[in-house]
Design a protein around this ligand. Sequence first.
Ligand SMILES: O=C1O[C@H](COP(=O)(O)O)[C@@H](O)[C@H](O)[C@H]1O
Length: 237
Amino acid sequence: MIEAEWWEFEDRDSLAQQVADDIEFVIERALAGRGHALLAVTGGSMPAAIFAELGKRKIAWDKVVITLTDDRIVPDDDKLSNFAELTKMAGKTGATLVPLVRGATATDDPAATGRAADARLADLHFPPDLVWLGMGEDGHTASIFPGPDFNHAVNGPAARRAVGVRPDPMPADRPANRVTLTLPALAGGHAMIVTIAGDVKKATLERAIEEGPSSTLPIGRVLAATEAAIDIYWSAE
Ligand SMILES: O=C1O[C@H](COP(=O)(O)O)[C@@H](O)[C@H](O)[C@H]1O
C-alpha cells in the first residue's frame, strides 16, 4: 500500500511557496545532520516557479548538490535538455549542479550514456536527501517509461543509479532517448515529493496509488518501493 499525503493548490504560485518551504526544511535538516545536502530534481514544467521561490531563501547553497532525476540525450544547449533548464533555474544559487548527460549528441547510444551518468553519480553522497519527482500524463516518472528498457530501470541491480532508456512509444512532444535514475536510486531517497498539475495527472496518480506495487504505471512502481514519507503537491492548473 502506498501512503502519501496530498496537498492541493489553486495555482502554481501558491504551490511553489509551500514546496519551497518543504525543500528548504529538508535541506536545513540535511545540513544540520551531515553537513551537506543532495537533491535529485525533476525536469519538466513544474520546477521553475519553485526554484524562483527557493532562490529568495537564505540557504547555505555552497553545501548543496543538485542533480536530476532524468535527462534527455541531446546536446547541452538543446531546448529539451533538463540540465540546461536546471542551470537557468538554479545556476545563480551557488549550489553544485551535476548533470546526467554532458556533451551528448542525439544519436549517442543510450546504454553507454547511462553508464557514464552512473559513473558520474558514484562521486555523490547517495541516497539523496530529497527525491523530487514529476509525472507525465501517461504515468511515466523521471524517465522510466514503458518500453524495452523498463525492466532494466525498475528491476536492475540496486547499486545501479542511472541507466540509459529508449522510450517506446517515443513521446511525440519531447522525442529523445533518455538517462534516468533507476527505481532503487529514486525510491531510496530520505524524503520524496511529487509535483503535478491538472485533472488528468491527478486521476492517473490516484490510479497508480490505488494499484500499488502491481501498478503498470512507472510512478506507481516507484512510490510503492519508497519507504520515506511521500508528499504530493497538486495544482489545479
Ligand atoms: O519528460 C519529462 O516529463 C516529466 C513531466 O514533465 P511535465 O513538464 O509534464 O511536468 C518530468 O517529470 C521529467 O523529469 C521530464 O524529463
